[in-house]
Design a protein around this ligand. Sequence first.
Ligand code: SAM
Length: 484
Amino acid sequence: MNGVPRPELAPRLRDALLAADYSVGVVDSLLGPTARAALQRSETTAALRRTTGGSPVATLVRLFILQTVVSRADADRALAGLTVRLAEAGLLLASGGEVRAALDCRPYADDARDWWVVSDLTPGLDGQPIRVDADHVLGLTPASTSLTQLTTRRPVARALDLGTGCGVQSLHLSTHAESVVATDVNPRALAVAAFNAALNDVALDLRAGSLWAPVAEEAFDLVVSNPPFVISPATDRRLVYRDSGLPGDRVVEEIVRGASAHLADGGWSHVVANWAIHDGRPWDERLEAWLPDDCDALVVQRDVLDPPAYVELWLKDAGRHGGPGYLEAYDAWLGWFGDQQIEGIGFGWVNLRKGGQERELLDHPYAVEQPAAPAVEAWASAQHAAVDEGSRLERRPDVVQETHGEPGAEHPETIVLRQRLGLCRARQVDTVEAALAGASDGDLTVGQILDALALLLDRDRAELATTYLPAACELVRAGFLTPV
Ligand SMILES: C[S@@+](CC[C@H](N)C(=O)[O-])C[C@H]1O[C@@H](n2cnc3c(N)ncnc32)[C@H](O)[C@@H]1O
């Protein structure tokens, strides 16, 4: 593959990167928090000032992360004399005594493991004009991090990474799946993923093809996808990493509708996605219609952009802001949204678990505990919990009660139960529901708590059960209470 090193070279590069101590921990402490924050804003100057020492790791940071020219001597020292081989292979560009990166190569880690990820160069550092080719292979992005945090990490037999790109999801999957199939339509992405697999000594079953085609008859215990979800009119400037070529949000619909056929019983699918919100139609109505009948589904809308904000975001992402044709492209995209009667674009997660029919479509633009995966798994268990008078429930330890009202008033105007962990939900409750949650310590049954509340509040016991058994069930489903 032109411009992507062959996997055979990966073990020698790995040895060199190891010898140079090119790891997340070392790079983070070399850069420090301020320069790292500047780099997050695509500014390299602060990081350049912290990497002048000439150590191998400083050279690698300058070369790959800051995209500066380094001397041939420094590059050779940092890469164990591999400069020429890596330049021939397409990772570096060497000319005279100078070397620069042709691809990005950076350390990456989870809590337990260190990896390196090769991808195309991060575009747009220091306000440079962004040039992104149609077959650009994306590196680590906020959407990929979102998906890594959303994905259940229980051991599984078979996992699928649909639209693998540089293979970052597959690296994570390889830690807890016996086998990982990774697919992509972009041959360049498959070549980069193959190199990354070899670089990290991970076995991947890489397959070319669109959507579900490469795995037509197969089922998996875990499917993840960060698909090309940008919702745009068809143009001749399609970037394959973000534009599916399908109209609107069809790519997400196809993945969500198709998931059930490729999930083993009890298997999970996690997708990060954009969806169109049509004029006057609730955001969740279309989404709900896509959900397979035989899966539990937790759909969470994390953000909504209006059409101009969305168009600006993605035109800037492609480096077109202020460039030739910017205003025309902006206008055409907005006009297309108008024609499609799209009034907003949602960003969020679609989580499916094969074997149930429970659904929740939650508009939740608030902070959540990361990683979110344990909360998503807990959600599925809670939907299947039976709650009756004999149930013993326990308040989740992170749940607190907030009261609001006039200072000095005898009774609060509102009471809110708030989770400080997990999905960090909040629920307004009345005094009975608050007392029910407060008394749920796992010892008393719901029935015993209702008996006590009926006496204490002088309320009809049967009426309390009619109102507050369903409330107890909702508190369990939303994670405020857990069955003992
Ligand atoms: C947003 S990138 C995600 C890359 C990586 N999985 C991640 O999480 O960062 C989307 C990937 O889907 C691939 N892709 C685009 N259209 C596809 C299709 N129809 N079927 C499968 N993959 C596709 C792109 O080439 C790209 O690598």
